[in-house]
Design a binder for this molecule. Structure first.
Ligand code: UCC
Ligand code: FAD
Length: 576
């Protein structure tokens, strides 16, 4: 007996059992839902042209790219502020893997593919699928890519020689030529109310350029080659900034001699997650910049960038959810408890199936929006589609981000204690997820942005949206799947009626109810998209997913809470 025990436990032996870690699946090929949805959406010739590339990239992501992303998490960036002789250098040190990811991004056309016009209205969708594959294993290189894409779109839309040149770099597939961009909006006073918080000024120079003076409180991906930013124009004659008069500026981060362009990296932020990304506080001390919007039109001009970066945010949210689900389902086949693999426990199946339904809901919303964006960019979107794109973008951003938090947290629990252990790489997913609802505009700000868009369209956008949902439901009801999907169509219709009636009866509650209204719209809109997909695919699983989505309470309106004295409730006992 002693001999037997020694074989197992003596000296360096730690027992006979070692848990097999989760294996990584092909991110694209093994995603039954996305591949089915894209088969529905892509015309045959586009499908044939891109499919092999997506399968190849789905494999590359979990073989070549994953180790690079992991290396970025383990070898985090830092700043060498001074050289050995006391010269200020502000040398930002990033690991080789981070640099390799930039090269891969260029070669794979992760930005370029949206601008090459190869597949017309499907360019954007194809690009977003590639980003979805790249994002969860990219060591957050997805972050600089989001801002780069936003800058490319902005550059394309604005007539400026400087931006035209930048555009060539931002959309290049040549790693030597490819540039990334920063987006410097947030200052110390605030990042939500950008107009009310920006202290940076742009001092007019005799040669027509400007020098920027200010303090940018958050600059993600500080190794960017250029940035778009906001400042108030002043001059010797007009030394006081105009209230809410921001203008957009373009600047290159380095001068021709390679030195920083009047920029000091004051410090890198010590963050909960996204530690792979060098996020800094920057002092602008005479940075040479070029005006690229009309004076006072800075916010409206940089909004082009926001539409793109918010879409990237949702792509990353979906990709993160899918990533944790793929890992969890593999692990559940390899891990046993109570004499069975975890996967065979009915409660585990239910838990995972709920995560799957939620993830599919977010995926179909995001890819549908990418499709609309592609149509708009190709000049084939209808006026109605553009309105839907505008009002759903902020809803999509916050809804998918919040869901990413929930699913990632539940996903870690699927691994039990291992989900909490850093060496597995799993906890980073949760830490990284927490940024998704914050940057690019918080949940409340997105809810208000949705209302801004509704107001700007004088309510037309909402009418169009409801018409869009109704048309989709009618299409489902006239399909051969109408019998099995009829109840769910009815539920979506009822939810929409309830929402419309609430808004008609209580127009004064629309503002305080903005967040609940926006969430209700997300539920309704996703319900209609899942039903449409199920009516097309006609499989029992797609019908089950659509039905389950519609079984949940679709409306979340709580009018009594919009009247309530919420301030008294939260401030009770407060005495600072
Ligand atoms: O966080 C950041 C970078 C993170 C890294 C990137 C990662 C991306 C994901 C990657 C995943 C891994 S950069 C900072 C992001 N900051 C924000 O998103 C700011 C949040 N705050 C807002 O969005 C606010 O709503 C503001 C700043 C836009 C509000 O400003 P104003 O000045 O109060 O806005 P106004 O006066 O209502 O609107 C000014 C103009 C109007 O146009 P006109 O004058 O023509 O009527 C608006 O219609 O701007 C227009 N506008 C928009 N247009 C405002 N928002 C939008 C919009 N979203 N789309 C189109
Ligand atoms: P505040 O504006 O101070 O908001 C505080 C709270 O008040 C929030 O909960 C908000 O929802 C709420 N609130 C504000 N106004 C309202 C309202 N009217 N109604 C209801 N609630 C309201 N910014 C950049 O410009 N460039 C970057 O590269 C960048 N990178 C970032 C990287 C990271 C890791 C992080 C965490 C942030 C980054 N940001 C960047 C900043 C980010 O965009 C802002 O933090 C964000 O927009 C919120 O601004 P704030 O932090 O000033 O919060």
């Amino acid at each position: 007996l002693k001999q037997r025990l020694r074989i197992q436990f003596s000296r360096a032996k730690l027992g006979l059992f070692t848990q097999t870690p989760p294996h990584q699946e092909n991110i694209f090929a093994n995603n039954a839902f996305l591949t089915s949805y894209l088969t529905q959406i892509f015309p045959k010739e586009v499908h044939n042209a891109v499919w092999a590339d997506l399968i190849r990239f789905g494999h590359r992501a979990v073989t070549d790219i994953y180790p690079l992303g992991r290396e970025c998490e383990l070898s985090q960036p830092y700043v060498r502020a001074f050289d050995a002789w006391g010269n200020r250098t502000d040398d930002l040190v990033t690991c080789q893997a981070w640099k390799d990811l930039k090269k891969i991004s260029a070669e794979e056309g992760l930005i370029a593919s949206a601008y090459e016009g190869k597949y017309g209205e499907y360019d954007r969708l194809y690009q977003m699928v590639k980003l979805y594959i790249f994002s969860p294993v990219s060591g957050l290189y997805s972050c600089p890519l989001a801002m780069t894409d936003g800058a490319a779109k902005t550059a394309k839309m604005i007539t400026s020689d400087h931006l035209q040149e930048a555009y060539q770099h931002l959309t290049s597939r040549d790693p030597q030529k490819f540039w990334t961009s920063g987006q410097w909006m947030t200052e110390k006073r605030g990042g939500s109310d950008v107009s009310g918080s920006t202290e940076t000024v742009a001092l007019e120079q005799p040669d027509g350029t400007y020098q920027l003076f200010g303090y940018k409180w958050f600059s993600s991906a500080t190794d960017a080659d250029m940035a778009l930013t906001l400042a108030n124009i002043i001059s010797e004659d007009q030394p006081e900034p105009k209230p809410r008069g921001l203008t957009m500026f373009y600047l290159e981060t380095r001068r021709e001699d390679g030195k920083l362009n009047g920029i000091e990296i004051v410090k890198l932020k010590n963050k909960l997650g996204t530690r792979q990304v060098p996020t800094a506080e920057l002092l602008l001390d005479g940075s040479v910049a070029h005006q690229v919007s009309a004076e006072g039109r800075g916010i409206a001009s940089i909004a082009n960038m926001l539409t793109i970066t918010r879409m990237h945010n949702s792509i990353s949210s979906c990709a993160l959810m899918r990533r944790i689900l793929q890992l969890a389902r593999d692990y559940s086949q390899r891990r046993s408890a109570f004499g069975q693999v975890v996967e065979s426990h009915t409660l585990h199946q239910l838990t995972a199936s709920r995560m799957e339904v939620a993830t599919r809901g977010c995926e179909i919303l995001t890819f549908h929006m990418a499709r609309l964006l592609g149509r708009e960019e190709a000049g084939v979107a209808t006026h109605e589609e553009s309105l839907v794109l505008r009002i759903i973008t902020p809803i999509m951003k916050f809804f998918t981000a919040k869901m990413a938090m929930t699913i990632t947290s539940e996903g870690l629990e699927c691994f039990g204690g291992q989900g909490y252990i850093e060496d597995t790489g799993l906890p980073a997913h949760l830490r990284d997820a927490q940024v998704l609802p914050i940057w690019e505009g918080t949940t409340n700000i997105m809810s208000l942005d949705f209302l801004r868009a509704v107001t700007k369209s004088k309510g037309e956008a909402l009418t169009v949206l409801f018409g869009d949902v109704k048309a989709r439901l009618q299409h489902v009801m006239s399909s051969t799947a109408s019998e099995s999907l009829g109840d769910s169509c009815q539920k979506v219709n009822l939810a929409m009626d309830e929402l419309i009636s609430f808004m008609q009866k209580h127009p004064h509650l629309i503002f305080p109810g903005a967040r609940d209204i926006a969430t209700t719209i997300a539920h309704i809109y996703i319900g209609s998209l899942l039903l449409e997909h199920a009516a097309w695919e006609k499989t029992s699983i797609s019908k089950e997913v659509a039905s389950r989505w519609c079984q949940q309470p679709l409306t979340c309106l709580t009018p009594e809470q919009y009247h309530a004295d919420n301030k008294a409730l939260i401030m009770e006992g407060y005495n600072a």
